[in-house]
Ligand binder design. Structure first.
Ligand code: C2E
Ligand code: CA
Length: 554
């Protein structure tokens, strides 16, 4: 017997329905206009606990759970507007998450809505666990920096967001001092206060060494007021409970605000760079045009510095400033001072680029280049044949090891400059503390005849111990010592004491920063060997130094 197309079609339809009953998802077809349920599979019947005959022909409003009706209706509207055609719905009684999707289609020549409901609980739970691990701080139960960045990326194009961040400046020290548990307690107390005292629409995050508050559509006045309020709270100690006792902990803090357009795109970098932001308003910093310009310039300078040093010291030069012997007023030495013109033509101050070079680990390369160039220049001018020495600077971040020693010896050999006319100016600084290995290497330098000078003597933190540990031949005072000395008995007394100390120890003293005749006259009355400063000459390029060789003693 021949099977007709209609029969085949109806057979197929029955099979399709049976297949739909097998699948592990709810499928319903609803009349688009009346909302009548035209079809549902077995899964829907089981979920609702109703027979198919009971469900079919009824309006969805009679069948769906009351909480589900608005979810479905909103989805219909969104689907019609082309926004969304699916959503995740939580069914609390069953503790399941369902993915609900709608699609417009034809069913038995009627315009209808095809609704599918899939249980996605496992996926949601796994995702939740993952998000919890990745995006939440386990101690403070707050979203972390990763989440902050994600939220900002989502919000920043839609709203004006602002970020108020609080950096706990001595967190590591506080943890070391009070122990982990108390450190955590402190953070929890701060978190609680921040949450309790927040009145705006804002979200709190925990970031590296601090907190961040993301405000949405808030004005700058409000944020500044909140920053002030937070800083004021940090003026008082935090009370934490430790072993049954209450202890008061002061927690130094730094605050800053990043508002609106600056937040977009570069969030993570900006947060990192907030340490460069200088507090301008009552104790807190605001990321504004000026800060942005400053930070961009710093970034450009860093990149240029690396590039210039690594491509044959482009834009670098050495200037020389004479050091005058006070008993005959002859030029007796020069200090080699590094100069750098950045690729945009700006002459960058050494204070700025030397500091950057130290941070970038480029200082040894720069110093070595300056030394070699200076030795070569002095040999060219025949200064090494005179009663003369060459001072070169030596950053306190240097490691004074064998490698450094060999590098320096090679410089001397290659240029033919005599070791005993080289003076290494070691800058005093809080960071400077020499280890056994450093001291041994310095001793070798000394044995080779190289002179050592403690630069900026008296302004660092370790002057006296360095005086004992390093057998320096020269002390050099910083400009601060001579500034305002004329008419100031106390300053004069200080310089006299230093001069006597140097003489007593058999060391020479160089007074730096002499700018006026009055200053010169004063120090001539003290027991001082050398002076350096603008009064005699500013640092000059090689050509100008070459024109002044007659100023040196024979
Ligand atoms: P510094 O070693 O204390 O060098 C002396 C600084 O004081 C120089 O500044 C010099 O130009 C300035 N100076 C000298 N006399 C006067 C004066 O009468 N009045 C005033 N106002 N300033 C005077 P400069 O060249 O800007 O160098 C600044 C600092 O950069 C140096 O301080 C030194 O610490 C560092 N530096 C410069 N070149 C090098 C280098 O090749 N290597 C290292 N490691 N540091 C360097
Ligand atoms: Ca110096």
């Amino acid at each position: 017997m021949e099977v007709t197309t209609v029969e085949k079609y109806s057979e197929n339809l029955i099979e399709t329905r049976m297949l739909l009953d097998e699948i592990n998802a709810g499928v319903l077809a609803l009349d688009k206009i009346t909302g009548e349920i035209l079809f549902c599979n077995e899964h829907v019947c089981a979920a609702l606990g109703k027979e198919r005959d009971y469900i079919l022909g009824k309006s969805y409003k009679q069948i769906f759970r009351p909480e589900f009706i608005p979810v479905y209706e909103r989805l219909l509207i969104e689907c019609e507007n082309g926004i969304e055609n699916s959503t995740v719905y939580y069914w609390p009684e069953k503790n399941v998450w369902e993915q609900v999707s709608v699609k417009e289609t034809e069913y038995n020549a009627t315009s209808c809505i095809l609704l599918t409901i899939t249980d996605v609980s496992d996926i949601v739970r796994t995702r939740y666990k993952h998000d919890n691990l990745v995006y939440f701080d386990p101690v403070l139960h707050l979203p972390n920096g990763e989440k902050l960045e994600q939220d900002i990326n989502e919000l920043a194009n839609l709203e004006t967001v602002s970020l108020l961040f609080i950096t706990l400046e001595q967190l590591t020290e506080l943890y070391n001092l009070y122990g982990w548990e108390n450190g955590d307690q402190l953070l929890i107390s701060i978190r609680d206060w921040l949450l309790e005292s927040e009145t705006r629409r804002a979200q709190l995050y925990v970031i590296d060494r601090g907190f961040a508050i993301l405000g949405r559509n808030v004005d700058m006045g409000d944020i500044k007021a909140r920053a002030k309020e937070i800083l004021t709270r940090f003026n008082r100690p935090w009370e934490i409970c430790s072993d049954g006792h209450v202890i008061s902990v002061f927690c130094p803090v730094k605050a800053g605000v990043i508002h609106g357009k600056y937040i977009k795109n570069e969030m993570r970098n900006i947060l990192l760079r907030t340490s460069w932001m200088v507090p301008k308003y009552e104790g807190f910093a605001v990321y504004d045009e000026e800060t942005d310009g400053h930070i961009r310039r710093m970034i450009a300078l860093r990149a240029w510095l690396v590039q210039c040093v690594n491509t044959g010291m482009q834009g670098f030069d050495v200037y020389y400033q004479p050091i005058i012997k006070l008993d005959n007023m002859k030029w007796s030495a020069v200090e080699a001072l590094c100069r750098w013109t950045a690729p945009d033509g700006e002459a960058v101050s050494p204070i700025e680029f030397i500091h950057l070079a130290e941070q970038l680990g480029l200082i040894e390369q720069i110093d070595s280049w300056v030394r070699k160039r200076a030795m070569r220049d002095c040999v060219k001018l025949g200064l090494d044949q005179k009663d003369f020495f060459l001072s070169v600077n030596f950053s306190p971040t240097h490691k004074v090891n064998e490698k450094f020693m060999h590098g320096l010896m090679r410089n001397l050999l290659e240029t033919g400059f005599p070791a005993k006319k080289l003076n290494l100016e070691i800058t005093e600084s809080a960071k400077m503390s020499f280890e056994e290995e450093d001291l041994r290497a310095l001793k070798k330098l000394e044995d080779a005849g190289v002179m050592l000078c403690l630069d900026d003597f008296g302004t660092g933190y370790s002057s006296i111990s360095n005086l004992v540990n390093i057998s320096a031949q020269i002390l050099k005072t910083e400009k601060k010592f001579i500034d305002g000395m004329v008419g100031n008995d106390y300053k004069q007394y200080l310089l006299r004491v230093l001069a006597d100390l140097a003489a007593h120890l058999g060391m020479s003293l160089i007074v730096e920063g002499v700018e006026t005749e009055a200053q010169l006259e004063l120090i001539q009355g003290f027991n001082i060997d050398y002076a350096q400063g603008y009064y005699f000459s500013r640092p000059v390029p090689f050509e100008q130094l070459a024109a002044k060789t007659g100023n040196f003693s024979l």
